[in-house]
Design a protein around this ligand. Structure first.
Ligand code: ADP
Ligand code: MG
Length: 242
């Protein structure tokens, strides 16, 4: 059974269709990458999954529950999803430890000690054990983004949504964030990510989806999409990014 099913999703902004009937299934442990030119609708699709946008037509089902049903509580859905954006969005006035423990304590009602124990474990796992007491402005961009990912993981999400998480990093810092994504994949985390890093996309994706003007034009395993795309527009896009 699929973990997430996107079925015929449409989204319009000011009469302009940004998503045009998107169908996508994500199986447990699957890593799905969304690629496509800027403005093709990748971020909007992730935002619809996280209920940051309402869909205009179609449905999204998570773990068998239709989350686009207006009666569904948004917070109950967001508890099950981790989302990380291009900008790090850490709380600047809180230490790394407090950033990571805040949501588990408030949302999952974890006791302070338990939340901190879990946070220390995650920080150690991702090479940030010595940064627990640091404030975000003392960390490099790569470290901040790793903390943002850890903060999302601390909620033990069913699904991680990663939107261009390496785009605002200097090239030498991209590597350390990609390493985190690799490790998440190895640990079996289900993920949907958007990226301009075609190398990592090819390496870690089980499925690559090419979006063009809000249409999911092509979907398949990376070996197929990258080497033998069916659609001329996919070929053109890939030529422009390689
Ligand atoms: P991508 O992530 O692939 O670059 P986006 O999903 O951010 O694309 O954007 C798709 C289109 O939707 C763009 O034309 C963008 O300008 C438009 N768009 C996104 N969010 C909004 C919004 N809140 N209001 C109006 N237009 C939006
Ligand atoms: Mg985007």
């Amino acid at each position: 059974m699929s973990l997430l099913t996107i079925d015929g999703v449409w989204k319009h902004f000011h009469g302009h269709s940004v998503l045009r009937g998107i169908d996508l299934e994500v199986r447990p442990h699957e890593v799905v990458s969304l690629i496509g030119a800027s403005g093709s609708g990748k971020s909007t699709l992730l935002r619809c999954v996280n209920l940051l946008e309402t869909v205009d037509d179609g449905t999204i089902t998570l773990d068998g529950q239709e989350i686009t049903d207006p009666r569904v509580k948004v917070d109950d859905v967001r508890k099950r999803l981790g989302i990380v954006f291009q900008a790090f969005n850490l709380f600047p006035h809180m230490t790394v430890l407090d950033n990571v423990t805040l949501a588990p304590r408030q949302v999952h009602r974890l006791a302070k000690g338990e939340a901190e124990e879990q946070a220390h474990e995650l920080l150690a796992r991702f090479g940030l054990a010595d940064k627990a007491r640091a404030y975000p402005d003392r960390l490099s961009g790569g470290q901040q983004q790793r903390v943002a990912i850890i903060r999302a993981l601390a909620m033990r999400p069913r699904l991680m949504l990663l939107d261009e998480v390496t785009s605002s990093l200097d090239p030498e810092l991209v590597v350390e964030v990609l390493q985190v994504i690799r490790e998440l994949k190895e640990s079996g985390m289900t993920m949907i990510l958007t990226t301009h890093e075609m190398g990592i996309c090819r390496e870690i994706s089980d499925t690559v989806c090419f979006l063009d003007g809000g249409v999911l034009l092509e979907k398949g395993p990376p070996e197929k999409v990258f080497t033998d795309p069916e659609n001329a527009r996919t070929r053109k896009f890939l030529r422009s990014v390689f």
